[in-house]
Design a protein around this ligand. Structure first.
Ligand code: 6PG
Length: 470
C-alpha cells in the first residue's frame, strides 16, 4: 500500500518550506516532515493555502504518505544531520526508493553516501540547489548527480520546479556520484570570486572617487544593463548600495560591519582546486579576502601604524572598472570550468560543461547574460574559456582597463586581491616563459630534486656549490 504523494520533503527551514511550496504549485502532492513538530504545524498554518501539501509528524506516517517507489528529499543542514536522517529513514525504506540530499554537502560525503545507499539497494542523488530562498520558491537552478535511475524518478518534478531559461529548465542530470554537489561547490567558488571583485570595484569607487553608496549603486545599475555585466549579483549590488536605512536615513551598507562570513563551500572549492592542481587564483584570493576581513580588531590596530597612501583620481575610473569587473568575472568562470573539466576526468563525472553553463543561466546566484556566450564557447572547445574566439578579442580589449584599475589601486594602497589575481591569471597564461626555471634550480640546489633542460633530453642534477673544505 502506498500513499498519494509524489515526493516527500524533510527539513522545514525556509529552503525546505519554499521548495515544498514550489513543487506543490507545479501540481505535485508533497509530504513534509520536520523533526520538531511545531515547525511543521506553523508551516501548514501560516504558509500552506491551496497547495497539495500533506504534513506528517512521525517517520512511518511520512513514508506511508509517499507513493512507491518513494522519493525523499532532505533539506537539512549539511554534515552530520544528513547522515542522521538517512539512518532514521533507512530501516523503513524499500529497495528502489530514492533519497536526495538538497543541501550544500561536501562532495566526498556524497560519494560515501551514494555508495552506502547503493549497498542498501536505494538510489541516491546529491542535489546542488542554488538561488537562495527566492529561488527555492520561484525556481532555483538544480544540479543533481548520482544514480541516473534515481534522476529519472524525479526528472519531471525537478525540471518543473527549476527556473526556466529560454532554452529549457535550469536542471539536468550532471553525472554519477558526487557530480551534482561538486558542480554546486564550484558554483559557489565562482560566486565568492564574483562577489569579491564587485566589492573591490565598490571599494575603488568609494575611496578614489569618494562617491556615496547610492551613487555607486547607480553605476552598478548602469553596468547591469550591459551585455557583459548583466547578472543577478550586479543587480542586487545596485539595490543594496541604494538602500537607505529607515531608522537613520543613511545608506544601510555603510552601517554594516566589514567582516564577511562564510559557510565553507568557497573554501572547499579552493582546497579541491589545489588538490587537483588547477590554478584558481581569483577564487582563492576571494576566500582569503573573507578570512582577512574577519580580523577587524587587528586591522583597526594596524591601520593606525601606517600612513594612508593618497589615491590618484582618474577620470575614466568607472569605465575601466566596468571592463575590469567583466574580466575578473570571466577569469572566475575560466577557473571554475577548468576545475570542472579536470574533476570530470579525475572522478569520471563525464560532465557536459556547456550544459552546466546552461543550467546556471537562471535561478542561481551566478545567473548572468555572459553565460549565454560561455555555453556556446563550451560547445566548441572545452578548456580555457577565454581563448575561445568568442572571448579572445574581448579579453584583449579589456585587459588594459583591468591593468589600469589594478595599478591605480596598488599605487593608492587599496587592496584588490581578486582583480589583481585575475590580472596575473591572464598575464601568466599569456607568457610562454615563466621564471619557474629558477624555482627548479633552487629545488635542485637544496634538495637534489632534479630539473629538465631545454637543450637536451633527460633529467639532471647539479652540484651547485663548491664543496666546503673540512
Ligand atoms: C546559492 C548560495 C548558497 C550559499 C549561501 C551562503 O547558490 O544559493 O551559494 O548555497 O550557501 O549563499 O554561502 P556563504 O555563507 O559561504 O557565503
Amino acid at each position: 500500500m502506498g500513499g498519494i504523494c509524489d515526493i516527500g520533503i524533510v527539513g522545514l527551514a525556509v529552503m525546505g518550506q519554499n521548495l515544498a511550496l514550489n513543487i506543490a504549485r507545479k501540481g505535485f502532492n508533497v509530504a513534509v516532515f520536520n523533526r520538531t513538530a511545531s515547525r511543521t504545524q506553523d508551516f501548514v498554518k501560516e504558509r500552506v493555502k491551496d497547495e497539495t501539501i500533506f504534513p506528517a509528524y512521525e517517520v512511518e506516517e511520512f513514508l506511508s504518505l509517499l507513493a512507491p517507489p518513494r522519493r525523499v528529499m532532505l533539506m537539512v543542514k549539511a554534515g552530520q544531520p544528513v547522515d542522521d536522517f538517512i539512518q532514521l529513514f533507512a530501516p523503513h525504506l524499500s529497495s528502489g526508493d530514492l533519497i536526495m540530499d538538497g543541501g550544500n554537502s561536501y562532495y566526498r560525503d556524497t560519494d560515501r553516501r551514494t555508495k552506502e545507499a547503493e549497498d542498501k539497494g536505494f538510489f541516491y542523488l546529491g542535489v546542488g540547489i542554488s538561488g537562495g530562498e527566492y529561488g527555492a520558491l520561484h525556481g532555483p537552478s538544480i544540479m543533481p548527480g548520482g544514480h541516473r535511475e534515481g534522476y529519472l524518478m524525479v526528472k519531471d518534478i525537478l525540471e518543473k520546479a527549476a527556473a526556466q531559461a529560454e532554452d529549457g529548465p535550469c536542471c539536468t542530470y550532471l553525472g554519477p556520484g558526487s557530480a551534482g554537489h561538486f558542480v554546486k561547490m564550484v558554483h559557489n567558488g565562482i560566486e565568492y570570486a564574483f562577489m569579491q571583485s564587485i566589492a573591490e570595484c565598490y571599494h575603488l569607487l568609494r575611496e578614489v572617487e569618494e562617491l556615496p553608496a547610492p551613487s555607486i549603486g547607480q553605476i552598478f545599475e548602469e553596468w547591469n544593463k550591459s551585455e557583459d555585466l548583466n547578472s543577478y549579483l550586479v543587480e542586487i549590488t545596485a539595490q543594496v548600495l541604494q538602500y537607505i536605512d529607515p531608522d537613520t536615513g543613511k545608506p544601510l551598507v555603510d552601517l554594516i560591519l566589514d567582516q564577511a562570513e562564510q559557510k565553507g563551500t568557497g573554501k572547499w572549492a579552493s582546497q579541491v582546486a589545489l588538490d587537483l592542481g588547477i590554478p584558481t587564483p581569483t577564487i582563492n584570493q576571494s576566500v582569503i579576502a573573507r578570512n582577512l576581513s574577519s580580523f577587524k580588531e587587528e586591522r583597526k590596530r594596524i591601520s593606525a601604524l601606517f600612513p594612508r597612501e593618497e589615491a590618484e583620481k582618474s577620470d575614466a575610473l568607472s569605465l575601466h572598472l566596468e571592463k575590469a569587473l567583466f574580466l575578473s568575472e570571466l577569469a572566475a568562470f575560466c577557473e571554475g570550468f577548468h576545475m570542472l573539466q579536470e574533476a570530470s576526468s579525475e572522478f569520471s563525472y563525464n560532465l557536459n560543461l556547456s550544459e552546466v553553463a546552461r543550467i546556471w543561466k537562471g535561478g542561481c546566484i551566478l545567473q548572468a547574460r555572459l553565460l549565454n556566450r560561455i555555453q556556446e564557447a563550451l560547445k566548441e572547445e572545452p578548456g580555457l574559456l577565454f581563448t575561445s574566439p568568442l572571448f579572445l578579442e574581448k579579453v584583449k580589449d579589456c585587459l588594459p582597463s583591468l591593468r589600469q584599475a589594478c595599478t591605480l589601486a596598488l599605487r593608492g594602497g587599496i587592496p584588490v586581491p581578486a582583480l589583481s589575481a585575475s590580472l596575473s591569471y591572464f598575464d601568466s597564461w599569456k607568457r610562454e616563459w615563466l621564471p619557474a626555471n629558477l624555482t627548479q634550480a633552487q629545488r635542485d640546489f637544496f634538495g637534489a630534486h632534479t630539473y629538465r633542460r631545454i637543450d637536451r633530453e633527460g633529467v639532471f642534477h647539479t652540484i651547485w656549490q663548491k664543496e666546503e673544505k673540512e
